[in-house]
Write a protein that binds this ligand. Sequence first.
Ligand SMILES: [Zn+2]
Length: 679
Amino acid sequence: MYHSLKPLAFILIFGAIVSSCKNNRSSVNKDPLDLTGMDTSVRPQDDFFDYANGDWLKKTTIPASLPAWGGMLSLADKSVADMRIVLDSVAKDKNIIPGSYAQEAGDLYAAGMDSSLVEKLGISPVQADLDRINTIKNTGDLMKEVALEYSMGLSPLFDFGVSGDAKNSAVNICYFNQGGLGLPNRDYYFQNDSAAKKIRAGYTQYITKLFELAGEDSVAAIKVAASVLATETALAKNSRTPVALRDPLANYHKMAVASLVKSNPNVGWIDLLSEMQIHADTVIVGQPEFYKSLNNLVKSVPLNDWKNYLEFHFMDHFAPYLNNAFVQARFDYAKLLTGQQAIEPRWKRMCRMIDDNLSDALGQLYVQRFFPPESKKRMLDLVNNLQETFAERIKGLDWMSDSTKTKALEKLNAMVKKIGYPDKWKDYSSVHISKDSLVADLRNCGHFAYMYAIGKIGKPVDKSEWYMTPPTVDAYYDPTQNDINFPAGILQPPFFYKNGDDAINYGAIGIVIGHEMTHGFDDEGRHYDSNGNLKDWWTPQDAKRFTQRADLIVKQYEGYTVLDSLHINGKLTEGENIADIGGSIIAYAAFQRTPEAHKDTLIDGFTPDQRFFLSLAAGVWRVKYRPAILRTMLLNNPHSPAKYRVIGPFSDNSGFYKAFNVKPGDKMYRPDSIRVSLW
Ligand SMILES: [Zn+2]
């Protein structure tokens, strides 16, 4: 989510600045780790984040069009700039092969960048859809429209998807989850503090504005907006909180379609599934009470209100690709959640649009240009070393029985490692892309994605498929596939230093690798076995000991107050915090297996161990947020904010205590009784 300089310049500039060495031992020059933002007036033992970044935080201004800046976010911003380089070049390439993926990506980019055409077209690209919604006469028509919109890539009313069955992970099945809301989660409809009220008012204004742009007068538009909010509030009433959605067992209900038909007769499931082209006898319903309530609402909410709801969501879905009045209206609402002061430049928004819609076309172009093959090799060495270290640690755990350890090791050893980009690419040749019809192009992409998804129903899971695109600056663990995935985008500084030393690599990407592996053993992941099936492989004693330790982590993070009186939600962030703590401990142990960790070479005056910890704090998590995005994160995001992804895990890492001589009385010190050791 950020960037500034090209990697080479980055290494050279900081290499030149940071070359002072406090003793006369030999040192490695050209340290790519940027330590110019430290505030050494802060004791590292009291607040390692401010120690590593205090000066940078004071001097840095967040760019007006962004919600946050620094570290990981700057790299994500650079990734978008890299997408632009490849898209610009294919869009202008006169010798491009007609019908190739490169031409499709280039044409979609050209369509996206043609702002004068978009301006001239106004609302017309969606007018026929709004007219069609207006002709809905009964519940049958309503559900038919819902199905049609799914086939265009929208997701009204509920949330539908296809993936491996969590209890039979080799086979794909349909998931029906709660959904249909416009605000970030169900709590936003009911909270009555001033910040929540302001967001709700802004959302209502946004709905009003879209109906005005669609031709309603302002009095009518206000009424319509109120009805949309009321409909969504009704859907929200029987929706679960973000914390409740984290429980994999409580959100899994395999149901025969026949019983769904019987228990929810008003929805007209048979017709709906047939219109959605879904052929299945069994589906998984995440939250049955949501569908029960939906079944009542399709009758009790007036048909006119449903039409308003569908019209709004149709316009909202395409608003970023309509004329400036739509883009501005959407931004005026979105900025309440992010704090952004200005709309991002068009090219950035359009690059992301292509990353979302023609992912594998852009992905191929991106890795050809920006992902050196030797990065993959070094990364695989790191992953293998982390995996071996994790296995050693599992064998040595004092709280787990031998029988559970055997199962845990089986799971760890079965983890599939995916690095950089997929082995096979999706073929988009059937997707029609034209340079002069952006919205139609996006519908075609949405249709392709939908048909691709429903084509998987009942078929074996393809373990080679990725759920993040190559330029993404992020990584993930998939519990039903038991795999760890590191897109090319994250394999750059400040995560991965192709030519950097072990300390800064283990301290950044090493911690990320450990983090993803630990997800297989966090409070959610531990419920899945080595084949990715929801299956209990724990003895009751071990499960109890796990929960006691995990509860300490919940308490630890609940204790961090971030913004005004808002503190971290320990239950919402439990899995990520477990992964952060595990990641830092396992990566530190893995680093101890390298020769560098045992040398007393100082670089910039720091020992190898100290640089391991600085790499995460001053590299990856040197992030500054606007207050609005911080609030949104605390209420929605399962990750803790950057500062707490440093001081949280390091307060539980005995390696950190050793590296910086942390003692009782220091602010980051946690006594043995509450210092968590899980993995
Ligand atoms: Zn995570």
